[in-house]
Structure formats: C-alpha cells, structure tokens
Design a protein around this ligand. Sequence first.
Ligand SMILES: NC(=O)c1ccc[n+]([C@@H]2O[C@H](COP(=O)([O-])OP(=O)(O)OC[C@H]3O[C@@H](n4cnc5c(N)ncnc54)[C@H](OP(=O)(O)O)[C@@H]3O)[C@@H](O)[C@H]2O)c1
Length: 271
Amino acid sequence: MTSPILVTGGTGTLGRHVVARLREAGWDVRVLSRRTRAPAEGIEYVTGDLLGDEGIQAAVDGAGIIVHCAGSSKGDDEATRNLVRAASRARAQHLVYISVVGADRIPVISAVDRAMFGYFAAKLAAERAVAGSGLPWTTLRAAQFHDLVLKVAQQTAKLPVIPVPAGFRFQPVDAGEVAARLVELALGTPAGLAPDMAGPRMYLLADLIRGYLRASRKHRLMVAVRLPGQAARAVRAGANLAPDRAVGHRTWEDFLAERVVQPATINRARS
Ligand SMILES: NC(=O)c1ccc[n+]([C@@H]2O[C@H](COP(=O)([O-])OP(=O)(O)OC[C@H]3O[C@@H](n4cnc5c(N)ncnc54)[C@H](OP(=O)(O)O)[C@@H]3O)[C@@H](O)[C@H]2O)c1
C-alpha cells in the first residue's frame, strides 16, 4: 500500500483541482480541513487548523508527499511554519508549496504597504520556511487565478461606482492548469523554486472588470485611484507579472464565457 498524499487546502479553489487530479492519477489523498468532513472514495479528511497549530501532526504522519495549498489573506507565514515543524518531525519526502508571482519583488515596508500587500510578505516568509525546512521541497509561484479576479469584480460591481487602482495589471491564470503543474511537480523530483506560472495575457485591472461587466450585462462607472506606498508602485511597474512565463492557456475571455455568460444564458432560457 502506498502512503496517501496530503493536500492542505484540499477544499479550496486550487486544492480541489489538485485533489481531483491526484485521484485521477490513482493516488489516495488526505485533506486537511478546519471542518470535519465525511470521507469520499480515496479521500480521507483530517480536521485541523494550521494557524491554530491543531491536528497538523495527525495530518502529516504517514504522508510522504505534502502539497501545501491552504492559505488565506493573512497568516500564511505562521501557518506554514507550523506545517513545516510537523512535516520535519514526520520526515516528509517532498514538501510542495504554492506561492505567488512577485512575492520577492513587492516591497512591504511601511504600514500602508503592509495594510494592502501584507499577503505578499507573508507568502515570501512562508517560502523561506519551506526552503529552510531541511526537507526536499518545491515552490511554484503562480499569478492570480481567474476565480480571484472574478470574486473581486463581483464584489466591486456591487458598488454604483467602482474604484480601480490606477496602472495595476494582472496576468490571470487558470486554477486547474496551476493544479496540473503542481501535481506534476509534486510527483517529480524536488525542484526547489520552479519557474513562475502566469496566464497567457496581461490586462489592466480596469479591462478585466470591464470584461466582467460586459459578460454579466452590467453597467457601472469606474474611477481610477492612485494607491500610495512602495508596494503599490512596484505593482504599477509590473512586479506581479511574469511576461516570459505566460504559459497558461485559458484566457480571461474563455473563463468569463464559461462561468458568467453561459450560466446567464441558461438562466434566461429557463425563465
Ligand atoms: N487565489 C489566487 O489568485 C492565488 C494566486 C497565487 C497563489 N495562491 C495561493 O494558492 C493557495 C490556494 O488559494 P485558493 O485561492 O485556492 O484559496 P481558497 O479557495 O481561499 O482556499 C483556501 C483553503 O485553505 C484552507 N485553509 C485556510 N486557512 C486554513 C487554516 N488555518 N488551517 C487549515 N486550512 C486552512 C481552507 O480549508 P478549510 O476552509 O476547509 O479549512 C481552503 O481549503 C493559497 O496559498 C494562495 O495564497 C492563490
């Protein structure tokens, strides 16, 4: 019997794709989640909290490969340090981490930077915890997922006027494609820092939101806002982009067509 692969965050946007791909490849999977869940075919759930440092040892024990996809807007550094400690005790064979493009290029110095871009500093600290773990490791930095951009567009479209950070560009990537690459890396030889992964095209944030508004037949005014601080300046200069690593295939337009246009058409046809 082979040991299961642990996927932290296996219930999230990325993690769900990772779990599905590992199952397709015939692997047993263990998922760490804060909520208790019933097992499914080839999937066992272990309840635990990476930030609270609870239930982690039970999750890592006996899992040779760990794919660390759990994350949130705050605390990924501490959560990852807690995971690394337990994984080291368990002598994991391969620790695989998902980080974000620009983690090392977006300076988080002032309180203003920290308030808006603390996520990037936490990802960098988490990367360092993984690299310094003494375990064989691989880290993949990915650009923003389409799903995240959609969430931002949906949230901001609730406002009558949408404030849009001036000069911000994104290169959104498909979470399923990132998951496929992560699984490939997880099943391969530990690679250290892997080449970045970003989507096929670059867009101004305003154009991404405009695309969403068009697809959902909404009309909103947008107003450009110049964000202060060094981190925002770095993003305006493209620190979150990877133009030479535009390896994703699915475009924002493809994603919108499937996730926003088609469901709306089906709903209109039904009513
Ligand atoms: N979204 C993006 O655009 C993007 C881009 C680059 C990199 N990433 C990275 O990719 C990873 C996954 O992102 P995502 O968008 O898939 O996230 P998501 O959909 O928000 O899912 C987050 C996952 O993390 C788990 N989680 C959160 N806090 C936890 C804690 N304290 N203990 C245990 N589990 C916890 C959640 O599990 P339960 O709720 O079941 O406990 C959930 O499965 C993150 O590390 C993120 O930084 C994301």
